[in-house]
Structure formats: structure tokens, C-alpha cells
Design a protein around this ligand. Sequence first.
Ligand SMILES: *Cc1c(COP(=O)(O)O)cnc(C)c1O
Length: 370
Amino acid sequence: MAINVTRSSLPKIEDYVEEIRPIFESHILTNMGPVYKKFQRMLIEYLEVPYLSMFVNGHMALEIAIQALDVKRDHGEVITTPFTFVSTTHAIVRNGLNPVFCDIKTDDYTLDPAKIESLITDNTVAIMPVHVYGNVCDVEAIDEIAKTHNLKVIYDGAHAFAEKYKGVGVGNFGDATMFSFHATKVFNSIEGGAIAFRDKKYRKALHELKNFGIHSPEIVDAIGGNAKLDEFRAAMGICNLRRVEECMRKRKVIYDWYNERLRGVPGIRFCKPNPNATCNYAYYPLVFDREEFGKSRDEVFDSLLQHGINARKYFYPAVNELAVYRNVYNSTNTPVAHDISLNIITLPIYEELSLEEVDMICDIILSCGR
Ligand SMILES: *Cc1c(COP(=O)(O)O)cnc(C)c1O
């Protein structure tokens, strides 16, 4: 059987049935009903954030957060990273704003704070960094820059569920943080997402904009869409939230075993996450130095594939090199992102992956080397 990069986490079917039983009794299927509210309370407590609004998915959460933070302006620019899933950039562009790509750091692939300020112009309205692979950004430096220049910060925290920075929930930094609960993420509600935020003033906008801008039955006071999280997905989220700590513990064993097998191999580079942050073990990225290792990332990827192992070239191409954007935005000023995207691979990691399978994957990789 093929081994994929991830495998969606599921609760016991009995647990899910128990959680959706009240829905069959109440006939309330959506529109922020009792299951949504229960899930919301559990998440606020677990993530240790003051406020949280949940959405049908992470992407719509991000799009609506930009709208709710009211940063839209003619020719408005958002400083962001090209080393991410395309959703981050699309959310900016679909709001009529222009992404300005800033390069990333070589050690953890997050936005390089030292390169942000030179990109700030009179049109800059916000910074949108990404906690890529769950590597927590340099939140203090970024928030400081934003304060100095009066910019909003919206973190794409799709990969950073459950993480803490200096003991504080990662959703407490910047003006807002998006979490994704997509089936492939470390924690899922099938599809789903949320915006964590600290300032109560955004609560109304986030709540209304995901429900057509409806304020009350006879008052529609904003141009909203429909991005509500329904009761069945909220129920799945509740079930998976009860298991997420165990799930991360199991992933850590795999993560540590990869480290054990691959550390010290010439030409294999590991990311160095922020030492002040915790890790959720969502991804296992590796960078290959072709000269030193002897084979390229693509050759390693193909070898794995021949053995039925679907690793992923996350994130390749970099967003500013994707067909839709490469003729619109200049990618020459983000050489680090370009280089990492050419040489990175993410290896399979999920709860049920056995250490024997990890050994097999490592053996294939090592057999590619010199
Ligand atoms: C998954 C992901 C998203 C989008 O989240 P969805 O819940 O799939 O809409 C956005 N940004 C990043 C970095 C992601 O990995």
C-alpha cells in the first residue's frame, strides 16, 4: 500500500455518532448553533486565545480577516512570503490588494524581519507572515516593525495549531492569526478554520462577514459572503480536539526517529525552528544539498515514489513562480525562497506511520546519497 505524506486523523466512529446525536434531535445543522458554540469554547480554552471565530475553511477565514481588519485601500500592499501554500497570496489578491514578496530566513523558512522594512512604502497596509511547517515566525521583531509603521499583522498560522511561543498561545500575536482545520492538517474538522484575535472590536465584523453581513433579521450592514462552519464539522472538530495531544505525541515519536536516522548525513539540512516555540510535529521537511548529498531533491523524490512513498515538494514552486503569478510579480528578490523551494521535500508523518515504515523511507533516502 502506498504511503502518503499524511493521513487524515479520525476519531472512533462511535464518538462521532455521540457528538452528532444532538444535531438529529435539534434539527439545527448550521448557523452557529450549539455544537459550533461548544467547539468554539473548547478551542478558545485549548489555544489560550481571547477571541476566536470559526469558518468553513482556513482560506475563507484569511480572506474575511483581511476584510474585517479594514485594511483595504487603493493600491494597498501587503508584505508577505512566497514560501507558502498559494492560499496566503490568493487571500491578499482576492481582496484587491497587492502582495509584496519578502524573502525568508535560511534556518526556519519564515519571513525574514531584517528584509521587511526596506519593502515598506506609503501603500503598505499590512504584513502577512506564515508560520510555515509550524515554525513560529520571529513574532516579536515582526510585531515591533508593524507597531513602528502602524501596520496590521495577520499571521497565516495554518500549520501552527496548538503551538506556543514563550508559553503563550501562538494565536496571541499580531492582530489576527488564521488556523486551518483541513483534513490534511495536524488537527482537522474535515474542512474548517478559525481566526484568533485579541481586540474585541473585530468580533462583530468577523461574525457578520461570514454570514452575508447580516447583523439582525432586518439589518444587513456589510457586504459579507457565506463561510460558516456547520454543526457536523464542528462535531468532528470536538472529537478530534480530544485526541490532538495524543496524536501529536505519536507524531513526535516518528519525528524523533527521522532525526535519529538522518542527522549528520552530509548534504541533508534540517530546519531550525525558533527555540522559544513548541512544535506540533505537523511536517517533516528536509533540504538536500545536491553537491554534498550526491543526488538532487527531485531524484530523491522519484526514488521514494518508485517505492510507493508519496513525499511532497512543499512548497514548490514558490508562490511568485506559479503560473498565475510569475509574470505579475518579480521573484528575483526572493532568492532564499527560490533556493529552498527547489531543494526541499516533506516526508510522510502521521499517527499510524510505523517506525518500520520510517526506517524503510530513511533507507531509501540514504541509498540515494554518496
Ligand atoms: C492549508 C493552508 C491554507 C488554507 O487552509 P484551508 O483550510 O485548506 O482553506 C492556507 N495557508 C497555508 C499555509 C496552508 O497550509
